[in-house]
Ligand binder design. Structure first.
Ligand SMILES: NC(=O)c1ccc[n+]([C@@H]2O[C@H](COP(=O)([O-])OP(=O)(O)OC[C@H]3O[C@@H](n4cnc5c(N)ncnc54)[C@H](OP(=O)(O)O)[C@@H]3O)[C@@H](O)[C@H]2O)c1
Length: 330
């Protein structure tokens, strides 16, 4: 079968490897669609913990169950599924275990025609989504869901700023926050994406490349209850300035690196919280899928490409005009 394999740091190859043999407790899924994440590119570059060469990459996938290792799992055969990319979250819902990993490194992932996964990683594909839309969901949807609702404790009527609307995770944060009845504001480095967010119902939007961030945000009535960010860097101090007292910043990435300084004075005086968030536990994955079905949420897809173009598609994950997820038809 065809699979995308990491050969060495900086070198990925679409190649032929043996089809996985299904064993006890596992199922064989024929992948129909797979989604690209920023994580896949960090791994390609070798900038990720526990890198192993020869591994099939990819965290996001949806497909059809073709075979099962145990007789009792026979009812899954032929079912349309989406795969939970968590491996060994562990028993504490608040934090992952020391054994925690994500599908696609160091465990073989979804960028292949077939994948063998434990049966408890399967979830029924949301009925209203096709395979391509479902494959856009797992990693980004889970990260956004936990960041907003568990860590950020977002409630209807609150003001939330989603920083970097064009990001694969940020778009889910935007869609989920809207569905939850929050007043959603966005930032983006692109006017086109700002227009798109406003058309989708954002209450306000600003271009972080053009406008002086702080005064623009300050116009937001009463400030923000919550900011969701993955860019990091010095702008965190602007977020601190525009939070309401007892507001929260939840961050799940630091693409632009660390801040040179942190306005701790304002943080302690205004009872602010700065919270890290990573992925989400298995219950949150189920809850996220239920939420997506209940609100009929459809992921924002940047582009759909044939699997044969996956190697040349990787650089596009950092393309500034990308908006939403890049998805492959396998
Ligand atoms: N901890 C976790 O569990 C977890 C999970 C998923 C991702 N991550 C990390 O989170 C980061 C984002 O992931 P992703 O998959 O969403 O990546 P992505 O699709 O590549 O999105 C990155 C987005 O960051 C935005 N951005 C860049 N500079 C910015 C700035 N100065 N201010 C605000 N936004 C800025 C851009 O938004 P615009 O295009 O709108 O300008 C860009 O689209 C990555 O570092 C990734 O590794 C962590």
């Amino acid at each position: 079968m065809k699979a995308l394999v990491l050969r060495e740091a900086g070198k990925i190859e679409l190649t032929e490897i043996p089809k996985p043999v299904v064993t006890a407790g596992k199922v064989l899924v024929k992948i129909k669609a797979a989604g690209l994440n920023r994580r896949d590119d960090w791994i390609r570059e070798g900038k990720y913990p526990n890198i192993k060469f020869g591994v099939t990459m990819g965290s996001d996938g949806a497909g059809v169950v073709e075979a099962v290792g145990d007789e009792k799992d026979q009812p899954w055969v032929g079912k349309e599924v989406v795969i939970n990319p968590n491996i060994d979250w562990g028993s504490d819902p608040e934090v992952q275990s020391g054994k925690y990993t994500i599908l696609g490194m160091p465990v073989d992932g979804t960028f292949a025609e077939y994948i063998s996964v434990p049966v408890d990683r399967l979830h029924h594909k949301p009925f209203h989504l096709d395979f391509l839309q479902a494959a856009a969901l797992p990693l980004g949807g889970l990260t956004a869901f936990r960041a907003l609702f568990r860590r950020g404790e977002l409630r209807a009527g609150q003001n939330v700023l989603i920083s970097g609307f064009g990001g694969g995770v940020a778009q889910f944060a935007f869609l989920f926050a809207q569905a939850a009845g929050a007043n959603v504001y966005v930032s983006s480095g692109s006017d086109e994406k700002i227009d798109k967010a406003l058309k989708l119902g954002a209450k306000g939007a600003y271009n972080y490349k053009k406008q002086p961030t702080y005064p623009e945000l300050w116009k937001t009535k009463g400030g923000f209850d919550l900011v969701i960010d993955s860019a990091g860097g010095d702008q965190i101090n602007n977020f601190i300035k525009v939070l309401k007292p007892k507001g929260k910043i939840v961050f799940y990435g630091a693409t632009n690196g660390l801040p040179a300084k942190l306005d701790m004075y304002r943080m302690f005086w205004n009872q602010l919280s700065l919270l890290g968030s990573t992925m989400g536990n298995d219950n949150e994955f189920s809850e996220m899928l239920t939420f997506v079905s209940k609100h009929q949420i459809r992921p924002l897809i940047d582009s759909i490409r044939p699997f044969s173009k996956i190697v040349e598609s990787y650089p596009d994950i950092t393309r500034p005009n990308k908006a939403g997820k890049i998805v492959f038809q396998v």
